[in-house]
Design a protein around this ligand. Structure first.
Ligand SMILES: Cc1cc2nc3c(=O)[nH]c(=O)nc-3n(C[C@H](O)[C@H](O)[C@H](O)COP(=O)(O)O)c2cc1C
Length: 209
């Protein structure tokens, strides 16, 4: 499937085929593709918990406003934004840039300082926004990649973050922008037509707001 077709055909699926397992190989193929998402300074501030176990899905459903698709989908991914990725990954980013010739060694400190200035201290709003925006790009890449692999998805932010953090042992400083249910469309279900989208004129301005 080409990218344009994938974008046009992606829908948030409410009804998943029950009892269809996704292998670790398939999930990891999908995650490898998603991981090619762009990110600020290539810092990749995302973590993912793959939930496939029926009992874990039941618990996740309870944290997610009892949405049936959480239990019915083959797997649900907890997408996590990690504000600590600046400190965690910056050495690897700079080493790789240096090795590949993107950056001269004498520029290392400048880039490191730039990251700190742009994304602020570890517990700041700036830092949380950095983590969430990049994790959301990862999530979108994942939904398009899933479509390309013949899978359907459903993003969700209808959940209690405190509950998920507690039940799935997510470190307190991390954020959970969304869950993504993955699987196949339940046989016999016909999707309603795609709901309204605003027109270009409703949200685009040229040159200035
Ligand atoms: C971040 C995010 C959170 C969402 N949360 C939920 C949710 O908790 N439950 C739900 O049924 N749909 C949820 N949706 C799905 C939207 O309702 C859906 O994307 C929108 O209606 C457009 O439909 P489409 O994805 O089929 O084009 C969410 C979508 C996004 C992007």
């Amino acid at each position: 499937m080409d990218i344009i077709q994938g974008i046009k055909e992606r829908r948030s699926i409410n009804f998943f085929e029950l009892g269809e397992d996704l292998s670790v190989d398939t999930i990891e193929e999908l995650l490898d593709l998603s991981n090619l998402a762009p990110s600020s300074f290539n810092l990749q501030p995302w973590q993912v918990i793959v939930v496939r176990d029926p009992e874990k899905k039941r618990i996740l459903r309870e944290c997610a406003m009892n949405q049936p698709k959480v239990e019915e989908a083959s797997a649900v991914l907890i997408i996590i934004a990690d504000p600590g990725a600046v400190e965690e990954n910056r050495k690897k980013v700079l080493d790789s840039w240096q090795e590949l010739g993107y950056m001269k060694p004498e520029m290392r400190e400048t880039y490191q300082n730039m990251m700190q200035t742009l994304y602020g201290p570890g517990d700041s709003m700036k830092r949380n926004l950095f983590a969430v925006k990049n994790a959301a790009l990862f999530a979108m890449n994942l939904m398009i990649a899933a479509k390309g692999m013949g899978l359907e998805t459903h993003p969700m932010d209808g959940f209690d973050e405190t509950c998920i953090k507690k039940e799935f042992h997510v470190p307190e400083q991390m954020l959970i922008p969304m869950l993504i249910a993955i699987g196949s469309l339940k046989k016999g279900v016909t999707l309603l037509p795609r709901a309204f989208r605003r027109q270009i004129k409703d949200f685009v301005r040229y040159e200035s707001f």
